[in-house]
Design a protein around this ligand. Sequence first.
Ligand SMILES: *Cc1c(COP(=O)(O)O)cnc(C)c1O
Length: 389
Amino acid sequence: MPHTAGRHFLQIPGPTNVPDRILRAIDRPTIDHRGPEFGRLGAEVLDRVRAVFKTAQPVVIFPASGTGAWEAALVNTLSPGDRVLMCETGWFATLWQEMAGRLGLLPEFIRTDWRRGADAAAIEARLREDKARAIRAVCVVHNETSTGAASDIAAVRRAIDAAGHPALLMVDTISSLASIDYRHDEWGVDVTVAGSQKGLMLPPGLSFNAVSAKAVAAGKAARLARSYWDWGAQLGVNKTGYFPYTPSTNLLYGLREAVDMLIEEGLENVFARHDRHAEATRRAVRAWGLEIQCAEPTHYSSSLTAVRLPEGHDADAFRATTLARFNMSLGNGLGQLKGRVFRIGHLGDFNDLMLMATLSGVEMGLRAAGVPHKAGGAQAALDYLAGNA
Ligand SMILES: *Cc1c(COP(=O)(O)O)cnc(C)c1O
């Protein structure tokens, strides 16, 4: 491959661009994970990461991708044959539901058209019907990365409470944590699932379960087999800052830096920045005359936008053109959306000029690939950003 000048634009909705501060933090010798220096690092990181989840309860950290934390959430709390209520918001919800089935659970799937978030009223109706209280958990993907639709988790909590149902609430925040407002304690979430490589701005390789006392108590009676993912082994030694097996030491250095950066900017400012970039992106899409995959404006995602291509045009061919011509990676369509949509990631370590470069690349790519559109999308975003500090 010949050298390509300038930097690559990684505008997929995760993994995201890793800022220099985090790269520098990770760039250190690996230390003894049983030694005193590690104990201080572990204790500090386990304590301080909780602020990002808005929880005072423990956060378990696994050396794993987000998928591992999905599995950990299920196997630590449930027993073979347990019913779980899940919402088909898109591809990631589908994968989690398939995993539940493979683990020996009985998932019930509330269907959608992949163009909106979870339907809290449908969850409430199903829980009210469940007089026997056979449903043991409600699982929702906060930000569905395949469609760009975010679900209202506070509304899901209210739905469970209105039905008077004891089911656990588990939420996948892999592409929303540290990008979109999220409150583990206030919303009464029992297990929050997260990963390192999206809003947290880290390379892939860490995953998280924020856990409630109710989830830990459910785990005492849960009978699904668990070993690597066992919270019990983690929570015990975590008290002293250590882990039961070798942790991703260098990624924990990076996590410490990421938490510092998020707190320095202020979480509320981080969320407002993501909201603003998402709004600018949607203005560009509308000006191009293209359709946003999320059809429900109150569910628009602030961390990514999925854009539908006109009938007869292949989104993957368009993405191949933007990569070849402009050295930019855009997200692909997943599952039933393969070839139908492309996804613009606007999350993580990101600012106005990075967004403008991204949208300019999309607009040039649409032209280069011969996708019918109107000019002026990047201009519409620029007008919005310049007028809204
Ligand atoms: C990325 C993502 C996953 C999968 O995470 P991995 O780290 O690839 O295992 C799951 N759910 C959502 C919502 C995601 O965005």
